[in-house]
Design a protein around this ligand. Structure first.
Ligand code: GLU
Length: 614
């Protein structure tokens, strides 16, 4: 990692200068011809190599996977907009990243709509059945259920939101029909993709769990073993599912045969001999009641830039905003600037801000009425929280939660110290920008890698285990927990698709997978690029630290080296973690000018593409 001496990230001054050079957005164009038909592609798309960074014009896509990015790029090249390309890319990820994303899961889209000149979001989060209660995940004696048993079970399966999000995004933000946008993914599922090391490793890591469910083993352990690296993996059943969605519409899932198949399998999972798992509770009525929802984004201001993120039921937008506010509050308190700090001080600040934000989100944020959003993201609250900050010593974990009540005069921690809940790591994030000025940041998931492990018979996709994102029992006795299960409730997420605007124009969009580490990966990438002067691809590649109010996680370059030692000397407890997150991002450099970026090595490296390089 080269630390740049000149500021080569956006930086405030250059971001402002950039915004002045951006022309007014063009109106979103509507293609005049159908770009795909049932026989396949029209025209010859330009094939792009797999690369972590690419600069050029015509539109940009960044995802973890080359095939998926290429499909999104082809949509852009044929005149589709960012919403169209995001849907097509996501559908392709359902094929090539089936353990992280797909129609059995959910996600969140943050979207800059150039025509409207504003950021909007769509919440496609999975939803609990109407029968859920705060004690659904507790044993009769009140103790939490065994987490691993709940994961690989029908009980963890929420009503999928991804097809509804695609449908809503295509109708309200896109310019093509959903039936067109799902065709490339259907074709990819049928013709297959080349198995890479990440797919083989993820399959192997799940092999014993997948073996519990014969249909899952049939699809993902062909011949009884994980597919070999370099082999072609086809999923004709999944092609059938996409075809059904294309020809019947998403009502096939929410009120038709595909939905009936989901409900039957979730309620009574088909297991291998001798295996029994918790039955699920979702019904056809739960599916019929599902809606993807338009929500106002979380908006905060950071150094004069406008940061837009995902609101509740995700905690991502709120927590990222609070971390950034805390960094500014620490600057006010110390008189130092984060851009000029030595690396160890920077990481210390970042760890303290992250842990504080997690203390507050764990107490205050969930799919409940009355979340104090504007207070949690306010400079006043951050100022009060910052008075606990010690530049040389880590606060004892867990840090007590604060009081976002609008009165910020106290320096006394008001709340109990609430620890962390479970959150496992899977998911995928894609970023798209088009030549019309629209930008999409879209994170989607089936929760754990491999989701519930349960495949819908005949349809080739895994069902989520998103409901394990609820806390199974209150995190601290006597402290209200906003993230307990409830009827029709959406479990709290950490997904943090984010778009940054300067003077009303988008300049940066990003997001990451990684469970609760999503929040820290997004915040660290923002700080690395906006404040620490790293080019975006280097801000993404920089070693990650994730401090979430318990033991911190850090990648080996931090945890096992001098930085880790220096942080431990300040009182941080750090566990080494091989990899944290998998960010994709796009810088909007000017009108129809983009830098698409992705990981250089994590998860085998990501895939950033532009329509016309150079
Ligand atoms: N279920 C997680 C969330 O919504 C995402 C899954 C993951 O990345 O592990 O925050």
């Amino acid at each position: 990692m080269t630390r740049m001496t000149a500021r080569s990230g956006i930086g405030l001054a250059s971001a402002l200068a950039l915004s002045l050079s951006l022309a007014a957005p063009q109106a979103t164009a509507t293609p005049t011809h159908a770009p795909f038909d049932d026989r396949g592609w029209h025209g010859q798309p330009q094939t792009m190599p797999k690369a972590p960074v690419m600069t050029g014009s015509g539109g940009a896509v960044a995802s973890v996977d080359r095939d998926a990015s290429q499909i999104g790029l082809d949509v852009l090249a044929r005149g589709g907009n960012a919403a169209d390309a995001a849907i097509a890319t996501a559908a392709a990820l359902g094929v090539t990243e089936p353990y992280s994303a797909g129609i059995g899961g959910g996600g969140f889209l943050v979207y800059y709509d150039a025509k409207a000149g504003k950021v909007t979001t769509i919440d496609g989060r999975e939803t609990a059945p109407a029968t859920f209660t705060p004690t659904t995940f507790t044993n009769p004696d009140g103790t939490p259920m065994n987490f691993a048993k709940a994961v690989s079970s029908g009980l963890s399966i929420g009503v999928p939101g991804t097809p509804a999000l695609w449908d809503k995004a295509a109708r309200e933000l896109g310019t093509w029909r959903l039936a067109q946008l799902l065709l490339p993914a259907e074709q990819l599922a049928r013709s297959g993709f080349t198995v890479d090391q990440t797919f083989a490793d993820q399959t192997a890591a799940n092999a014993s769990r997948f073996s519990m469910f014969p249909e899952t083993a049939r699809i993902f352990l062909p011949g009884g073993a994980p597919p070999a690296v370099g082999s072609t993996f086809t999923n004709p059943d999944l092609a059938r599912a996409y075809r059904e969605l294309r020809t019947q519409g998403v009502q096939s899932l929410y009120a038709g045969p595909l939905g009936a198949a989901i409900v039957a399998e979730a309620q009574r999972p088909t297991t291998a001999p001798g295996v029994s798992v918790y039955p699920g509770q979702i019904t056809t009525a739960d599916l019929a009641a599902y809606r993807a929802l338009t929500r106002s984004p979380i908006h905060s201001s950071y150094r004069g830039m406008d940061v837009y993120g995902m609101p509740v039921p995700s905690s991502g937008g709120i927590a990222v905003a609070e971390i950034l506010e805390l960094i500014e509050a620490y600057e006010a308190k110390t008189g130092q600037q984060v851009s000029h700090l030595p690396e160890v001080d920077y990481l210390h600040w970042f760890a303290e801000a992250s842990a504080t934000a997690f203390a507050d989100r764990n107490r205050w944020v969930g799919d409940v009425p009355g979340v104090p959003v504007s207070e949690l993201t306010s400079a006043g609250f951050a100022g009060e929280r910052a008075c606990l900050f010690d530049p040389l010593h880590a606060a004892a974990r867990p840090i007590p939660f604060g009081s976002p009540d609008g009165s910020y005069t106290s320096c006394v921690p008001v709340g109990a110290a609430v620890g962390e809940g479970h959150q496992l790591e899977s998911t995928t994030h894609l970023t798209v920008a088009d030549r019309y000025g629209n930008v999409a940041a879209y994170t989607l998931t089936i929760e754990q890698t491999g989701g519930s492990g349960i495949t819908v018979p005949g349809y080739g996709f895994l069902l989520n285990n998103e409901l394990t994102d609820f806390n199974f029992a209150p995190l601290a006795a006597g402290v209200p927990d906003p993230n307990l299960p409830g009827p029709g409730k959406r479990p709290r997420s950490s997904m943090s698709p984010t778009i940054v605007l300067v003077d009303g124009m988008p300049v940066l969009a990003l997001g990451s997978p990684g469970g609760a580490t999503i929040i820290t990966s997004v915040a660290q990438t923002l700080l690395g690029h906006l404040d620490r002067g790293l080019p975006l691809v280097e801000a993404i590649a920089a070693p990650r630290l994730s401090s979430r109010n318990g033991t911190s996680q850090a990648e080996p370059a931090i945890a096992s080296g001098p930085l880790g030692a220096a942080l431990r000397a300040r009182g941080h407890t750090i566990a080494a973690t091989a990899e944290i997150g998998a960010v994709t991002a796009i810088r909007i450099l000017g009108p129809n000018s983009f830098e698409a970026t992705a990981e250089t090595t994590r998860r085998g490296g990501g895939s950033a593409m532009v329509v016309r390089p150079g």
